[in-house]
Design a protein around this ligand. Structure first.
Ligand code: GAR
Length: 189
């Protein structure tokens, strides 16, 4: 059985969706959830679903290598970022190259980069007058949102959309596709 770790910073609805999807799978399970925010709801969601979940700080992520060591000690095969807002350090990118993925709530290469996350992305899409948005699942490299694209799905931006309605439509796409894409990546590990 393959082991999946999820890194998330906030609410964790994607994390929960992925945990639930793989709870009925034999080939892989989410065995670890890590967050850079001690109060993140994702930690509570994971704990409620019986998945080990921990907070880590900047030093443990960027300086001491403790996060990387934990991923290795727990024999993690695939690292999944789901609403995770810090740039991944080079040692983790290198150790997991081709085995670390992110989801972005827009059609990259548009609307990506540092500071572009969550509602900020949807606000920019609306302000730009786009008629289409979507999701991008991509490999993680040393820069924000610039690794090779694995999968994209599109949805319309409707004339009367606001932040809430667009975010909801994009989130639905994420719930529909992220677990399935992860599942196919697992098949190829
Ligand atoms: C998701 O929409 C995800 O695509 C986005 O944060 C949201 C997290 O929601 N990620 C980024 O913007 C990364 N740049 P969730 O915590 O409910 O899963």
């Amino acid at each position: 059985m393959k082991h999946i770790a999820i890194l998330a910073s906030g609410n964790g609805t994607n994390a929960e969706n992925i945990i639930r999807y793989f709870s009925n799978e034999k080939k892989a399970k989410v065995t670890l959830v890590l967050s850079n925010k001690p109060q993140a709801i994702v930690l509570k969601r994971a704990a409620a679903l019986g998945v080990d979940s921990f907070f880590f700080d900047r030093t443990q992520f960027y300086e001491t290598g403790e996060v990387l060591m934990m991923l290795q000690r727990r024999e993690i095969d695939l690292v999944v970022l789901a609403g995770f807002l810090w740039l991944t350090p080079p040692d983790i990118v290198e150790a997991f190259r081709g085995r670390i993925v992110n989801i972005h709530p827009a059609l990259l290469p548009g609307f990506g980069g540092k500071g572009m996350y969550g509602d900020r992305v949807h606000r920019s899409v609306l302000d730009a007058g786009c008629t289409e948005s979507g999701i991008t699942i991509h490999y993680v490299n040393e820069q924000y949102d610039s690794g090779d694209i694995i999968f994209q799905a599109r949805c319309p931006v409707l004339p009367d959309d606001d932040l809430h309605s667009l975010a909801e439509r994009v989130h639905s796409l994420e719930y529909e596709h992220y677990p399935a894409v992860i599942s196919s990546l697992i098949d190829n590990l």
